[in-house]
Design a protein around this ligand. Structure first.
Ligand SMILES: Nc1nc2c(ncn2[C@@H]2O[C@H](COP(=O)(O)OP(=O)(O)OP(=O)(O)O)[C@@H](O)[C@H]2O)c(=O)[nH]1
Ligand SMILES: [Mg+2]
Length: 445
């Protein structure tokens, strides 16, 4: 085995932020600026939000990676969702990258989900590159936003190096960036230069026995199940036989039938990939998120992907109402159970188990939007079922009954401030994880 060495021509970055702060728009701009879209190609706005539900709702649901080339350096970007319900998507991709672009809206400033993603990024030892976005908005307050981010990092106990974060001022919509808040940029070059200067190159051993961890699962109708992750060590080659070690310890050999990388919006076939590369592998169907793929000669499993536990629970049950069978094609509890199980394999932030009674499945997730998206996805696939009202998952922590918390920011008329405060302060049950932030009620006239 060789000593890990930096791969100078490569950068891996996650783009993280509160919801709607402009992550996907920025990726669009970067793809366009680096010429990743062919000149004659018609590309929709926010091209990476490619799922039907993503386009309809204008939000990112699944993390997606893309690769761009800039001045001889390959930059692999992972776009993440900003909505708190999909926080599990952010958590699992942070292990694949060496740096993160932290986008903060120049008007909104630090928001609850900014705090969540920054805490996760710091836990992975990442140093953020701050992008103050939407600098084009007339009411922008960039200087104050930079201070807010500094205070947040200090509060979350970032080290000196992390506190000394680089700052870029950008308008993702107009595809411009600048290092000077007073000067409007002309293109995204300053941002790309900052990435190359400040994001560390992956420091890896490309010669040792191969090791890879599946962080996300995908599906391709031609090649079957796709395992998406980063090569941790050594090299993966198409046609080679490797070993899968399951999270549960199970082992299975398989041949890599296809290996893909991403170039802009396209998937490109590769013959080999080296430590540091984010790739997709095809060749095995029975796989779970967190499984390790490694050389048969060095079967060393990687630690499972850690994410926060679910907070709400909904029952999915067979539709027994008088209108049953009118809409869907898949109606039985076996079909519903199998589909939910498949979801739980690929989506680590969802837990599925059979509730005590027959034909009822307990689906636990991170929030109502996440569950709503799951329900809608299943409905469109032809499943018909009934669901219960969501209920909060309570946990006993050191003998105390606790419930999950969420930061609340309510913008209300001055006259409504008192009743709103009273309502919020009535939620008095102890919380888990320990209260991360405070509730704030701002009055507007
Ligand atoms: N004025 C202005 N609006 C922007 C800018 N960047 C993005 N937006 C708008 O902000 C909205 C959200 O943009 P997205 O790129 O979808 O944000 P996101 O962070 O990817 O959102 P999620 O993935 O759902 O968290 C869209 O309506 C964009 O047009 C910007 O620089 N200036
Ligand atoms: Mg997005």
């Amino acid at each position: 085995m060789a000593e890990p060495a930096p791969r100078k021509g490569l950068r891996n970055l996650a783009i993280i932020a509160h919801v709607d702060h402009g992550k996907t728009t920025l990726v669009d701009g970067l793809l366009r600026f680096t010429g990743a879209f062919r000149a004659n190609r018609a590309v929709a706005e926010r091209a990476l939000d490619s799922g039907d539900l993503e386009r309809e709702r204008g939000i990112t649901i699944l993390s997606k990676s893309t690769g761009i080339e800039f001045e001889g350096v390959r930059i692999q970007l992972v776009d993440t969702p900003g909505h708190a319900d999909f926080g599990g998507e952010v958590e699992r991709v942070l292990g694949m990258v060496d740096a993160c672009l932290l986008l903060v809206d120049a008007v909104d400033g630090v928001m609850p989900q900014t705090r969540f993603v920054v805490r996760k990024a710091l836990a992975h030892g990442l140093r953020p590159i701050l992008v103050v976005n939407k600098i084009d908005r007339p009411e922008q307050r960039a200087a104050a936003v930079v201070d807010e981010v500094f205070d947040l990092l200090a509060e979350l106990e970032a080290d000196d190096h992390q506190l000394d974060f680089p700052v870029v001022y950008a308008s993702a919509r107009d595809a411009v960036a600048s290092l000077d808040p007073e000067q409007r940029g002309t293109d995204l070059r300053p941002l790309l230069d900052t990435i190359i200067e400040h994001a560390p190159a992956p420091c890896v051993d490309t010669e040792g026995p191969v090791r890879f961890q599946a962080v996300t699962l995908g599906y391709d109708p031609f090649v079957g199940r796709l395992l998406i992750g980063r090569v941790e060590r050594g090299a993966l080659r198409r046609g080679e036989t490797v070993l899968r070690i399951g999270v549960d310890g199970s082992r299975e050999s398989f041949r890599i039938t296809k290996l893909f990388g991403t170039q802009g919006l396209d998937r490109v076939e590769l013959e080999e990939a080296y430590a540091g590369d984010i790739v997709m592998i095809a060749g095995v169907d029975t796989v779970e998120v967190g499984d390790t793929i490694c050389a048969p000669s060095a079967p060393e499993p990687l630690p499972p992907v850690q994410i926060d536990p679910p907070t709400i629970r909904v029952h999915f049950l067979v539709n027994t109402s008088p209108f049953a069978g009118r809409e869907g094609r898949f109606l039985t509890s076996r079909q519903l159970g199998e589909r939910l199980e498949r979801e739980a394999l690929g989506n680590v932030s969802i837990e599925v188990c059979e509730a005590g009674a027959r034909d009822i499945f307990d689906v636990a997730g991170r929030g109502e939007l996440q569950i709503a998206i799951l329900i809608e996805t299943l409905r469109r696939e032809g499943y018909e079922f009934a669901v219960s009202r969501p209920e909060i998952i309570r946990r006993k922590i050191e003998g105390v009954d606790c419930e999950p918390v969420e930061d609340v920011v309510a913008d209300v008329r001055a006259a409504s401030c008192a009743p709103c405060s009273a309502k919020v302060s009535g939620w008095s049950s102890p919380t888990w994880p320990p209260a991360a932030g405070s509730s704030a009620i701002a009055a507007s006239s």
